[in-house]
Write a protein that binds this ligand. Structure first.
Ligand code: CA
Length: 158
């Protein structure tokens, strides 16, 4: 099964995935991690990916084979994984989405559960909510005094 053309846009990906969950949350996490590592080195090995995700190499191989069937990664000999063009554009989106949610949670004062909450929210947030959150993040970063005001308010309520 190959990606259909709509997958070439992030919007297409997000829409298709919210309808039919072509990528499970777990597959999204793998793809996001592959993208993170490939940004630095251009490829990633199965063992390295397993270590980063804290899973067994046999599980990694299974997921990577699925991603390969979907045309998102090239996985051939020697356990080397590389992203296809579709894989790169979706991976880039997944990393960006992660960062937008993490920044948002940080902005509203989440600390201890920051990563856990990011992992829970990122897979199910709609594109329109994500865009609104991104806009709020930018507003707060352009208006640090508003951000400060909120922090003071929040701490005064605790
Ligand atoms: Ca993530």
């Amino acid at each position: 099964m190959k990606m259909n053309r709509e997958f070439h846009t992030v919007r297409g990906y997000q829409m298709l995935n919210s309808e039919s969950k072509i990528l499970t949350s777990s597959m999204e996490d793998y793809l996001e991690m592959i993208y993170r590592i490939c940004l630095k080195s251009g490829y990633v090995r199965v063992n390295q990916l397993s270590e980063k995700l804290n899973v067994r190499p046999s599980s990694t191989t299974k997921v990577v084979q699925k991603l390969s069937e979907l045309g998102l990664v090239d996985y051939q000999r020697y356990g080397i994984i590389q992203l296809t063009e579709d894989g790169k554009s979706i991976g880039e989106f997944l990393l960006e989405r992660h960062e937008i949610i993490e920044t948002f949670l940080r902005n509203i004062g989440v600390k201890e559960t920051l990563l856990k909450d990011t992992e829970l929210i990122e897979h199910d947030v709609s594109l329109s909510a994500l865009e609104a959150i991104d806009s709020l993040n930018k507003f707060l970063s352009d208006n640090p005094q508003v951000k400060k005001q909120y922090e003071v308010y929040r701490l005064s309520k605790n």
